[in-house]
Ligand binder design. Structure first.
Ligand SMILES: Nc1ncnc2c1ncn2[C@@H]1O[C@H](COP(=O)(O)OP(=O)(O)OP(=O)(O)O)[C@@H](O)[C@H]1O
Length: 279
C-alpha cells in the first residue's frame, strides 16, 4: 500500500539524510525502523507525510503519488496517514476528549472546529476509541493532568479518529518506563491488526521492535542495511546497523549487578541491545 522508490533527501545544510530508499509496505504490516541516531529514521517517516520534502524519488500511497501533491490534495492525502509522536503533541489546556476530536480537524470545516462543534458521529467514535485505548473515565480531564502513558493513549486515539490507512509513529516509547512502553507497543500492534492498518514505527529499543513488529528495517547513514523478520536480527546484523559491540553479552555483564536488571524478566527475544534493552 506504500511504496518508496529511489527516495533521496539532502537537507539545505548539505546533510545527506536518505540515499536511494526502496521500500514497500503491504496493508496491515507493522514495520519497525531502527538505526543509530542520525541514521535518517525521522527524516524517512516525515518524507512520507511530506513534513519533510524528499529531494528526489517517488512515494506512493496506494494509487496516489504523494511527492506531486500540494494544497488541498496534500491535505486530503495526509488524512490517510496519521502520526503518533514521541512527546504526544497534545494541547495541554484542552480536555482528553477535545484532544481526540482534534484528529478530525482535517475533515470538519474551519468554523466547526474553531467553535469545537464536532458532528455527533465523531463524538460517539471518540468515546469508543477512548474506551478502546483504556481511558473511558479520563475524557473530561485536561491533557496535562495525565501520565506519559495515558498521554500516549490519547495520542493514539487522536490518530485513529482520523481513520487512517497508515500510521507513522515516531519513537512512541522514548519517554516511557519499560512496562508502559510494552503496553503502548502492544496496543499499537493490536489496533493495527484490528483495523488492517500498516505502520512504520521509528524506535530505538531493538528488543521492543523485535517483540512487536512484523518486519524490521535497519537504517545506517541514510541507507537501508537490513530488511527482514525480527528473528533474523543477529549480532552480525546489529553490528552492520550500529557498529561494533558485543551484543550478546553486554547487558549481562554491565547490568546484572543492579537491582533493576535482576528484577527484569528473562528476555523473550534472542538479542537485547544495551542501549534500549531494559524491559
Ligand atoms: N532540519 C534539518 N536540517 C539539516 N539536517 C538535518 C535536519 N534534520 C535532520 N538532519 C540531518 O539528517 C540526518 C538524519 O537525521 P534524522 O533526524 O532523520 O535521524 P534519526 O535516525 O531520526 O536520528 P534520531 O534517532 O537521533 O532521532 C542527520 O545527519 C541529521 O543531522
Amino acid at each position: 500500500m506504500l511504496t518508496l522508490s529511489q527516495v533521496n533527501k539532502r537537507y539545505p545544510t548539505g546533510d545527506r539524510a536518505l540515499t536511494d530508499i526502496e521500500l514497500t509496505l503491504p496493508r496491515g504490516q507493522v514495520m519497525a525502523l531502527i538505526g543509530p541516531s542520525g541514521a535518517g529514521k525521522s527524516t524517512l517517516i516525515r518524507c512520507v507525510n511530506r513534513l519533510v520534502e524528499p529531494t528526489s524519488g517517488s512515494i506512493r500511497l496506494e494509487e496516489t503519488e504523494l511527492t506531486r501533491l500540494s494544497g488541498n490534495a496534500l491535505r486530503r492525502a495526509r488524512r490517510a496517514m496519521a502520526m503518533i509522536f514521541q512527546e504526544y503533541a497534545l494541547v495541554d489546556r484542552l480536555t482528553v476528549m477535545e484532544n481526540v476530536l482534534s484528529g478530525r480537524l482535517g475533515y470538519v470545516g474551519f468554523w466547526r472546529s474553531f467553535l469545537r462543534r464536532y458532528p455527533a458521529d465523531d463524538i460517539a467514535e471518540a468515546f469508543r476509541l477512548l474506551e478502546r485505548v483504556g481511558l473511558p473515565h479520563a475524557m473530561d480531564k485536561r491533557a496535562d493532568a495525565l501520565s506519559g502513558g495515558q498521554r500516549q493513549r490519547v495520542g493514539i486515539a487522536r490518530a485513529l479518529i482520523q481513520r487512517p490507512r497508515l500510521l507513522l509513529v515516531d519513537e512512541p516509547t522514548a519517554s516511557l518506563d519499560p512496562k508502559t512502553s510494552r503496553q503502548i507497543m502492544r496496543l499499537i500492534r493490536e489496533l493495527c491488526a484490528e483495523r488492517k492498518l500498516a505502520a512504520i514505527i521509528n524506535i530505538h529499543d531493538v528488543a521492543l521492535a523485535q517483540q512487536f513488529a512484523d518486519r524490521i528495517v535497519g537504517l545506517r547513514a541514510g541507507e537501508i542495511v537490513f530488511d527482514g523478520k525480527p528473528g533474523e536480527l543477529d549480532a552480525d546484523t546489529l553490528t552492520t546497523i550500529y557498529g561494533e559491540e558485543e551484543w550478546d553479552t553486554r547487558v549481562q555483564e554491565e547490568e546484572a549487578p543492579s537491582a533493576a536488571a535482576s528484577a527484569a524478566p528473562a528476555p523473550a527475544t534472542p538479542l537485547t541491545l544495551a542501549t534500549g534493552g531494559a524491559r
